[in-house]
Design a protein around this ligand. Structure first.
Ligand code: LMR
Length: 413
């Protein structure tokens, strides 16, 4: 009965790891998935996570019972404070409902399912480009996905005018997906002034913000600074949704820990919204897993662990920034930075190479095209997504010359 089933393609991001794992060549380098690696090229379990795990092991009161449908209460409260700020009016007025979900993807999906059932407008505008999973998540939840201009390949910066025009032309009430910080894949974020203009435009048109916050702490190294965009929208008293992931900033990738918050106008509305979120979650996966959320709750509630976490987070962010600098220097040292940019970017302003170090977060959006990426994989065993995105978090000092060689060959051959 299944003989008609056709082979599906690998996922454009996770499939890169599948291909990498099959490659027997020892020089191979995986810059596909956005997962942090140490300078030794190894996955990192944060010290605070190890400590929290030890505390949980020693705590005899820890059991493996089902969590409530909306997850661990301490985790939800701490997550809301982390993104909205401990002094947030919306939290103090109980206008926020937060539910534990399966990392960022699960939070987006639960939010999208809720909107499809209970929100009058079913169109969601997503930035062009965006994380490859976004359109799939929203489509499958029953929303209709439309792009808004975001990235300008000529300037390698934000297409702010295009963004304002497209959101300005969106039907009133439409949902708008916003990357809270460290836009994936471009590494290009609006400035705070631009965020303020986006906020004013969206509020004046009644557009509903849906934030994806997967990199809080990774853009600037500061958890508060990276939540500014979200907090601006909450401070004005309006509604919004926010999906949080602890995959990157706590290194809890495989634990699938995240949260969806919906900020409402009143506490009463928030409570009814929460009751409907339970109706979404229960038939989907019943209730979320306990371990990862317990770790996050321990870390967020313990002042010492929290402080130690911010130090470890900053160290990860700093290593990524240092990789940007080293790659930039290596390309310049080869005397080819100018050539690289000139070849890759039609009309690129000659002499301005700074975008490599200006981009924010885990990724560099190189501008390498599909053929050049395929060439680098074939000839240099360097794995990356076909849109030319490089995970800087997967790079280390020893591999920088190899990557610079590969880029050089790709753009000159
Ligand atoms: C990425 O963009 O590489 C990450 O968000 C991992 C993923 O799930 O795609």
């Amino acid at each position: 009965v299944f003989s008609h089933v056709v082979q599906a393609p690998e996922d454009p991001i996770l499939g890169v790891t599948v291909a990498y794992n099959k490659d027997p060549n020892p020089i191979k380098l995986n810059l596909g998935v956005g997962a942090y690696r140490t300078e030794e090229g190894k996955p990192l379990v944060l010290n605070v996570v190890r400590q929290a795990e030890q505390m949980l092991v020693n705590d005899q009161s820890q059991v493996k019972e089902y969590l409530p449908i909306i997850g661990l209460s301490d985790f939800n409260k701490s997550s809301a404070k982390l993104i909205f700020g401990a002094d947030s009016n919306a939290i103090q007025e109980n206008r926020v409902t937060t539910v534990q979900c399966l990392s960022g993807t699960g939070s987006l999906r639960v939010g999208a399912e809720f909107l499809a059932r209970h929100y009058h407008e079913h169109t969601i505008y997503i930035p062009q480009p965006t994380w490859g999973n976004h359109p799939k998540i929203f489509n499958l939840a029953g929303l209709s996905v439309k792009p808004y201009r975001y990235y300008n390949p000529q300037t390698r910066g934000l297409d702010f005018q295009g963004l304002l025009e497209d959101l300005g032309a969106a039907p009133s009430g439409a949902i708008v997906l916003l990357h809270a910080c460290a836009h994936n894949p471009t590494g290009v974020d609006p400035t705070l002034d631009q965020w303020e203009q986006i906020r004013q435009l969206m509020r004046s048109k009644g557009l509903l913000p849906f934030f994806d916050s997967a990199y809080q702490g990774f853009a600037s190294g500061s958890l508060d600074a990276d939540a500014q965009s979200v907090r601006m929208f909450v401070a004005d008293g309006g509604e919004c949704l926010a999906a949080q992931s602890y995959a990157k900033n706590m290194g809890l990738y495989g634990e699938r820990v995240g949260a969806l918050s919906i900020v409402c106008k009143t506490a009463d509305v928030a409570s009814r919204v929460e009751s409907q979120l339970k109706m979404v979650i229960r038939p989907m996966y019943s209730n979320p897993p306990i371990h990862g959320a317990s770790l996050v709750a321990v870390i967020l509630k313990d002042r010492d662990l929290y402080n130690e976490w911010t130090v470890e987070l900053k160290a990860m962010a700093d290593r990524i920034i240092s990789m940007r600098k080293q790659l930039f220097d290596a390309l310049q040292a080869k005397g080819m930075a100018y050539k690289l940019l000139f070849i890759l970017v039609i009309h690129c302003t000659p002499g301005d190479w700074s975008h490599i170090i200006k981009q924010i977060g885990m990724f560099t959006f190189t501008g390498l095209n599909t053929e050049q990426v395929a060439f680098m994989t074939r000839e240099y065993h360097i794995y990356m997504t076909s849109d030319g995105r490089i995970s800087m978090a997967g790079l280390n000092s020893r591999k920088v010359p190899h990557l610079a060689d590969a880029i050089h060959a790709a753009v000159t051959s």
